[in-house]
Design a protein around this ligand. Structure first.
Ligand code: G
Ligand code: G
Ligand code: MN
Ligand code: NA
Length: 251
């Protein structure tokens, strides 16, 4: 069977699950949120990474079903943690361009929030610059999502083509500095300059800025020194299962 055939059955077969990567305040180590990252555990092929199945899901249209499942599960998990005594301030969920093409994304998100009872401001949707710039109605949908109280972040910021004029108009709260700029931040002067520029841009536009892919104490110290107090990366934690999140962060 082709991977596509398996993928179509993956949800009903319970092979899809989420991992959660902590997002922390650098100076205090406090948990400020998590990013939900989808995983596919195929019984014969094992764990298939999202870079292999997300593009396939996008090409086949399955992303709409998958994206809906991910959102629902992410919101449900926030409520489960809450009920079990772990307060995770917010959850970030990645969206594909394809999920904007049907026009029903706002209703879908609103339904899921109503169904799970999660407060809208505790859900942050991540979109990339290319989704915003290349998807016809993305601006309209982003404004609609904002109007129901959901938070928005621009993912992989700095790697795509983005217009500052657009950025200014968008009801976005967060920029995520792509991990490619963080990797050599203390040795590559260009990466250093780009990271500092993004931090400054965020400050001047009153946006919060979070660095992705933080792997060392040096990188964290650099960020803090330059005014970025939010980070996500292996230095703090790898993506965790829902249970491990609970064990690791429950006080
Ligand atoms: O752990 P990592 O391999 O999870 O993720 C690889 C890529 O897959 C990232 O670029 C991430 O944005 C993307 N990704 C992870 N989970 C999801 C998801 O639920 N939806 C979409 N559209 N992309 C995701
Ligand atoms: O593109 P997006 O930012 O949504 O994807 C997040 C991806 O980055 C996931 O694949 C996640 O597993 C990965 N990731 C998270 N932290 C680190 C890190 O510190 N180093 C590296 N190399 N990858 C990371
Ligand atoms: Mn992301
Ligand atoms: Na990213």
């Amino acid at each position: 069977l082709r991977l596509e055939t398996y993928l179509r059955r993956s949800i009903e077969k319970d092979e899809i699950f989420l991992n959660y990567q902590p997002q922390v305040e650098i100076d205090t180590g406090r948990l400020v949120g998590v990013e939900a990252l989808v995983r596919w555990n195929h019984p014969e092929l094992g764990l298939i990474p999202p870079i292999r199945f997300i593009p396939l899901a996008e090409d086949t249209g399955f992303i709409n079903q998958l994206g809906k499942w991910v959102l629902h599960e992410a919101c449900r998990q926030m409520v489960r943690w809450q009920d079990a005594g772990l307060h995770v301030p917010k959850i970030a969920v990645n969206l594909s361009a394809k999920q904007f093409e049907r026009g029903s994304i706002v209703n879908m998100v609103a339904d899921i929030l109503r169904d799970t009872g999660l407060e809208p401001q505790r859900l942050q949707l991540e979109v990339t610059e290319s989704v915003i710039m290349n998807t016809g109605d993305a601006m309209v949908f982003i404004n609609d999502l904002h109007s129901i109280g959901v938070a928005l972040a621009i993912d992989d910021f700095g790697t795509g083509y983005s217009s500052l004029a657009y950025l200014k108009q968008l009801p976005v709260q967060t920029l995520k500095i792509d991990r490619s700029f963080i990797k050599d931040i203390s040795t590559d002067v260009n990466d250093e300059a780009i990271a500092i520029a993004i931090i400054q841009l965020g400050k001047s536009m009153n946006l919060s800025v979070i660095a992705e892919g933080v792997e060392t104490a040096e990188q964290a110290a650099f960020l803090l020194r330059h005014g970025c107090n939010l980070a996500q990366g292996y230095f703090y934690s790898r993506p965790l299962t829902a249970d491990d999140m609970f064990t690791r962060w429950q006080k």
